[in-house]
Each structure stands twice: as structure tokens, then as C-alpha cells.
Design a protein. Structure first.
Length: 367
């Protein structure tokens, strides 16, 4: 195999491929990337996999001899990254790789490409849905902190993505809190998938610095996400996601409208004095038109503060894990948020005042 590409393109392609790699001592070959070149294509393909996720990246190249080789990803990427911004000549013969760039030359031992795992990228005849990259990543980012970290219920150990008409619903829950983010699309698409937490993190890492749109298809037990240069494939979690809509209350006795940043600052401060289970008490006071924030720790002391805000309905006081409250609030981009409550032991709804696309439900701590 022999081809020439630029240092910049190779660096970019290898950096994308590296994002999904993980240590696997029982199968060292997946610490490699597979580099393949076909004549008359005008590009090379760089592939990587951890057996659950696969990524294929194409970059422009002048191909003189076609072929394929598996190469150690980290070593290759670091070497290419440190080369000058010039053309790079890549030669391979009998799994021996030579790389030349200006005054630099390296010889790297490669591996048999036939040992590299096959990345399943079979697409069915179903149409792909096109979505803006920033919108899709925002949907995942807004809910990913609510994914269950336990394997007891596999169906909630990922992000539920439901394509319904011209909306995409992103949902995650760990039974203590639930996040839902809705984004709009231009085309109707009907499907659903539970994307593993690991895959969701990898999607964010892979596409976060890329502009434009994604093409998405869910078929059988996998999800395929594509741009013009990247194909990302992952298995999805089998099973049915819980009917989460029934968890979200529809009626409330108390509603608070408050500045987001001010509430975040007060809760962070209260968290310094919380106990081992991170308890912080929020009390809505309609007479004083404020909320009171209290925390107590036998070893550190106690804390009290109040924030002026709009309180409608009856007064109520509830205890929360302050980490859960903060993670819900920080998923909202608007200046003001709404907090809707009923009894001290019933689910609480946190949402944006301006953006109806995000809802966060958190269970109080029973005391």
C-alpha cells in the first residue's frame, strides 16, 4: 500500500478514530486502527472499534498502491500529530509501515488487517433522518447525567431516543430523576432506540467539533450516524423503555419562577454544609415571595439563605439531593426556570420558562 495525504488530514482522521478506543488486554488488535486504500477512490479509510462501537473516517489521499494494514492507534496518532504541516507519504509492505514527511521518517510494525474485527455498517432501505449536529448533541447532553449507572435494569442504562413525527425525544432516568429534551426536525421519522451511556458519550466526543448535519438510521439492533466523512455505528440496548410519561405530574399546588444562576449559586453554597447523603431543604414561601435554602452537617455546621422569587400557590418544603437539583437546572439554557411542586414527597418538575423542550423530574428525599 502506498498513499500520500496531508499531516492535517491524517491528524484529524486519527483523532476521530481514537475517541472510541478502550483497553482490551484479551484482544490487542482493537488498540489498532485499520487503514485501507483503494485505487481510484481519492481517499483512505481509517477504522476503529471497541467491538460495541465502530467508527470509519475517510480523508482525501493520492493513492498509488492499494492495500490495508492494522496499525497501533496511539503511536501512529502521536507521531503524525508531531509532524510538520506538510504532505505525508505512507508506505506499507508485509505489515511493515514507513512514514515520511520532510525530514522525518519512522518505521512502525503493523498487524494483519484480516485480524481486525469487522465493523457492521449494513444499512437497510429505510430512509435516513437528517438532523443538525448541534441539536442532536444538545439532546443527548441535556439528559445524559440522568442515565442509570446500574446494570440491574439494562433498559434504563442508556439514553432513550424516540423519533416521533417531526420531533426527537431524548429521555434518561435512574429512578430518582428523569430528564426529557425535545428537538424538532424537518422530516417525519418514526423509530426508537436505547443508546448505551458509553455510546452516548462517544457520540458527543466524536461529533462535538463538527459543523453541519447528521444522517441517522435505526435498524435491527444498531444505530448508524453519518456525516460526509464519518460513519459511526453502535449496538443499541434491547428491550422496551419504561412508559416514563406517567411519572411526570400534570397538576401542581405550588409554582416557583426564579433566576437560574442565582439558584445554582445558592444551592452550591448550601451543598458545602450538606450531610453524607447530600440533603438540602428547599422551602417555597408565597407570603414572603421567596424560597429558603437550608442544609446541616453535624461536623461542619449549618447554612441558611433565601432568594426573592415569584411563588404561586401554597407553601411547601421538601428535601433533595442537591447534586440532582444542580444537574437538572444546568440542563436549562434560559435565564429563568420554573419549579413545580405538590407534596413534600411527590415528584418535582423543573423546566425552562422560555423553552418548553426540556423537562426534569426529581424525587425528594423522604424524611
Amino acid at each position: 500500500m502506498k498513499f500520500t495525504s496531508t499531516q492535517q488530514n491524517l491528524t484529524w482522521g486519527l483523532s476521530i478514530s481514537e475517541k472510541i478506543l478502550s483497553r482490551n488486554f484479551s484482544l490487542p488488535i482493537i488498540q489498532d486502527v485499520l487503514i485501507s486504500a483503494e485505487k481510484n477512490k481519492g481517499f483512505i479509510k481509517i477504522s476503529s472499534t471497541d467491538l460495541e462501537i465502530g467508527v470509519e473516517v475517510v480523508i482525501p489521499a493520492k493513492i498509488d498502491e492499494e492495500g490495508a494494514v492494522a496499525a497501533p492507534a496511539k503511536l501512529l496518532s502521536e507521531f503524525i500529530r508531531n509532524l510538520p504541516n506538510e504532505n505525508v507519504e505512507f508506505l506499507e509492505k508485509n505489515k511493515k509501515i514507513s512514514i515520511l514527511c520532510k525530514d522525518y521518517k519512522a518505521n512502525i510494525k503493523g498487524d494483519d488487517p484480516k485480524e481486525f474485527p469487522v465493523i457492521p455498517t449494513k444499512q437497510n432501505t429505510q430512509e435516513f433522518l437528517e438532523v443538525k449536529i448541534k441539536d442532536f448533541l444538545k439532546g443527548i447532553t441535556c439528559v445524559i447525567n440522568s442515565v442509570s449507572m446500574l446494570d440491574v435494569k439494562p433498559e434504563i442504562s442508556g439514553v432513550f431516543v424516540c423519533f416521533k413525527k417531526k420531533n426527537i425525544y431524548f429521555v434518561a432516568t435512574d429512578s430518582f430523576r428523569l430528564s426529557e429534551k425535545i428537538i424538532n426536525t424537518e422530516k417525519t421519522y418514526e423509530n426508537k432506540a436505547i443508546i448505551p451511556k458509553k455510546t452516548s458519550d462517544a457520540i458527543i466526543r466524536t461529533f462535538q467539533n463538527i459543523e453541519g448535519a447528521l444522517s441517522i438510521q435505526v435498524n435491527n439492533n444498531q444505530i448508524i450516524i453519518k456525516t460526509d466523512k464519518i460513519t459511526f455505528v453502535s449496538r443499541v440496548i434491547e428491550g422496551d423503555y419504561p412508559s416514563y410519561e406517567q411519572i411526570i405530574p400534570s397538576k401542581f399546588t405550588t409554582e416557583i419562577t426564579i433566576l437560574k444562576d442565582e439558584l445554582v449559586q445558592h444551592i452550591k453554597t448550601a451543598g458545602l454544609f450538606s450531610n453524607k447523603v447530600s440533603e438540602v431543604t428547599l422551602g417555597a414561601n408565597p407570603k414572603k415571595q421567596n424560597i429558603e435554602i437550608l442544609s446541616q452537617n453535624q461536623e461542619r455546621g449549618d447554612h441558611y439563605s433565601s432568594i426573592p422569587c415569584e411563588v404561586q400557590g401554597i407553601g411547601v418544603k421538601a428535601i433533595f439531593n442537591y447534586h440532582y437539583i444542580l444537574e437538572g437546572i444546568q440542563g436549562i439554557s434560559s435565564e429563568n426556570i420554573k419549579i413545580k411542586l405538590n407534596e413534600p414527597t411527590t415528584p418535582v418538575l423543573i423546566m425552562s420558562e422560555e423553552d418548553g423542550g426540556f423537562r426534569y423530574v426529581v424525587m425528594p428525599i423522604k424524611n
